[in-house]
Design a protein around this ligand. Sequence first.
Ligand SMILES: Nc1nc2c(ncn2[C@@H]2O[C@H](COP(=O)(O)OP(=O)(O)OP(=O)(O)O)[C@@H](O)[C@H]2O)c(=O)[nH]1
Ligand SMILES: [Mg+2]
Length: 313
Amino acid sequence: LTAIATDDLCARILARDRRALARAASLIEARTGAGLAISKKLFAHTGRALVIGITGPSGAGKSTLVNQLTKHLRLEGKRVGILAVDPSSPFTQGAILGDRIRMQDHHADPEVFIRSTANRGKLGGLAATTLELTLLLDAAGMDVILVESVGVGQGEVDIARLADLTAVVLVPGLGDDVQAIKAGIMEVADVFVINKADRPGAEQLEQEIRAMQTLGSGSETKQPAPIYKVSASTGQGIDELLRALRSNAESRARRTGLSESWKLRLTELVREQLLAFLDERVLETHAERVAERTEDPFTAADQISKDLLARLR
Ligand SMILES: Nc1nc2c(ncn2[C@@H]2O[C@H](COP(=O)(O)OP(=O)(O)OP(=O)(O)O)[C@@H](O)[C@H]2O)c(=O)[nH]1
Ligand SMILES: [Mg+2]
């Protein structure tokens, strides 16, 4: 894209043109120079949207929940951006298709923008592009951005870095669920959502979470995350949940200032951005030498950064 075309695309995004937005999202996802130029240009227009991370095990009902939250937000006239991040797993195709189906309630709504993205970061984290996409949707005037991501161990931690607040979705009856969840999740969850509360076991799961919260709370000043029981498929409890998410975001903003989550988010973005500059082939060449023990890892790192600097110059 020429500079003029990029400028034009940015102007259209700011004017809330959906096709321009979709085009820009593709350019960013493909990590093109034009995508980067758009991200740079639009950054000044970001900082308004509330980014909510929705994470939890596969099949917990995250997409159904996102669909319900969107419905409620739309009734208030809010513009909603939805990013569904799929892990690079054999389920990816199915998951994207499934999300499309479950979110199709809002597909025709011009004030809702939905994007499924299969990109993952180089080191297994959420892709920098996901973060860039939240910035894009923010600039495009979305009031709330819902980011759905399957959380399996590290996933929750990653999403917490890009979201203003994170809701961890769990379901009763999985038994080992809470045990399987690493301690990290306790710090990451701003709100716990027990979904499928229409099924038996919700009370018990709530008690298990509470027990873990008391175990985990050392000298921390942080309040334990509130727990909400909902049924995403019927819509029961969604009003209360949405209210809780909002008040949580507000109280956090009062407590730490908005700058705190931005600092975290941008650190992550810059880190991923730097990693993206690495030439995969150069990395691999050195990795092979290290494996053959003809080079040590530290010299390899030196060489790789030298190569990087040479290319950037
Ligand atoms: N009984 C019951 N079923 C639900 C509820 N919410 C979602 N489901 C069902 O649970 C299944 C999984 O829902 P999804 O919304 O696709 O779950 P997900 O967490 O997005 O799944 P992945 O994206 O694959 O990780 C679907 O069959 C839903 O209809 C609920 O509140 N109660
Ligand atoms: Mg889903």
